[in-house]
Write a protein that binds this ligand. Sequence first.
Ligand code: COA
Length: 450
Amino acid sequence: MSEQEIRVPDLGGADEVEVIEILVSAGDSVAEEDPILTVETDKASVELPSPSAGKIVKIIVKVGDKIKEGDVVGMLSSDGASSDGASDDASDDASDNNSAPEPEPKAKDDAPAKSDDSARKPAAASDNKAKPADTGSVTYEAPAAGSKVHAGPAVRKLARELGADLARVKGSGPKSRIIKDDVHGYVKDQLQQAQQGAVVPGTGSSGIPGVKLPDFSQFGEVEREGMSRMMSVTALNMHRSWLNVPHVTQFEDADISDMEDFRKSLKPLGEKKGVKMTPLPFMLKACAAALAELPQFNVALDMDRKEVVHKKYIHIGIAVDTPYGLMVPVIRNVDQKGLWELAAESAELAQKARDKKLKPAEMQGACFTITSLGGIGGTAFTPIVNTPEVAILGVSKAAMKPVWDGKAFQPRLMLPLSLSYDHRAVNGADAARFTSALARLMGDIRTLLL
Ligand code: COA
């Protein structure tokens, strides 16, 4: 019998994650890869697997703790077969941990928050040192300089995500402890002030007038509900993109009559394979080909360094509608995959998104995004670019339309495409070239092979 540490594996780029559920207890037998803990990242909950088969000796973290890659979360006894020769050292380390069962991040819990701890986003929120002069209602006043910040790990995580400087948030919990509602309230207040133009000039705020909410209850019954974290993070991201990226949308109709005939002909084969071939894999292939043809769409802008980052890979995000909000899993190397592989992978990722099972790494690295509302309806829309990508393709519902062939109107199945792009990176002519390329590629899918 030997003991080995259970360590947090690669979290796919997430810095720290919060333990939201402990799935085993001391004495439980587990198989290799059995889930031990559930942790929550920005957009998904992820199960951490057991490194090998054995018996749980102990779990040394608890719900609410923040952990990061490499942290020890517990001990596992195995029958000596499998701890890559490190088991002795591992158990020594573990006994050190026994004396200090609190995981490392916990120790920082009551340390004063550094003002540079926060991401300083939006700029107006954290840079707003001077109290705005004429707004009347400053709900959240900065506590006295140097005062200690009392907040738990989950609240600190939320504050970091929302870019809130905890030193400026007034706590309403016991002994002025800051709770999540205080952070939400602070951010809301800062946003409202920024929208009302109540910001220090030169802070980079949009300074646009805000929308004042009336008392809706005067018009009828209302109920208020706190926003979920995903909703508030998405709202901030959308707002950031909308304000930072000069958007233009280019429209095009692609004639997909032949593509649809071909897709439908694949149905029996799809049934055999257990894979549903929707129009999405064709769009992925067409976008990958258009990105290769017009690489000015496969870039990011680094405005600080005045550089254009050219990407040599083609990873495409697909917007997935889930009960929790919009998620964008990413399909890697789309240019190197076939239609069946793309159909299976997109269905699997969409299902994982709906089950909240996406890993952080599965939502990162996209060069471009497709948001398809075609299964739902609509004739066109203007999607918001998922910055730092520079373009996004919105797809609406295909419809039969009369198309003039030079002699007569022909009934053709037309797919409406809406390409929104960052006009700093892409010019209008290239956008028209991109949508024309998509229409050409989807109009005759044989050209996808060229
Ligand atoms: N026009 C007409 N029909 C379409 C279509 C289009 N553009 N796109 C898909 N369909 C059809 C499909 O063929 C399928 O029909 P069938 O069952 O008769 O074959 C049906 O609509 C449903 O397709 P769906 O299950 O949605 O698969 P998909 O591969 O087309 O899309 C997702 C997968 C993940 C993109 C989709 O489910 C989704 O979540 N879309 C919403 C994205 C969103 O919310 N974006 C908003 C961002 S602001």
